[in-house]
Design a protein. Structure first.
Length: 82
């Protein structure tokens, strides 16, 4: 019986590969926009959060076939959360 416990422990310690795609980065950009509009960041944090948001937005823009629809959908989501 202790043999089974050891096997289970080994299985749970395995690291699974993380799957991240453009859609996830787009969602992160939308979350930053919503949190910013709701006052979720303090003044000193705004610069670094803004830089990260711009980096995410540019990544999505460069890795999406139709650039206009992605940018519009990010803006529409931000406006809808107002």
């Amino acid at each position: 019986m202790s043999e089974n416990k050891k096997d289970t422990a080994v299985e749970t310690n395995e690291v699974q590969e993380v799957q991240l795609n453009v859609q996830h980065i787009s969602f992160a950009t939308q979350i930053i926009d919503a949190a910013s509009e709701r006052g979720g960041f303090k003044g000193p944090e705004l610069s670094s959060v803004g830089q990260l948001r711009d980096l995410f937005a540019e990544f999505v823009k460069q890795n999406t076939p139709n650039e206009e629809s992605t940018e519009d959908s990010v803006e529409e989501t931000a406006e809808a959360s107002k």
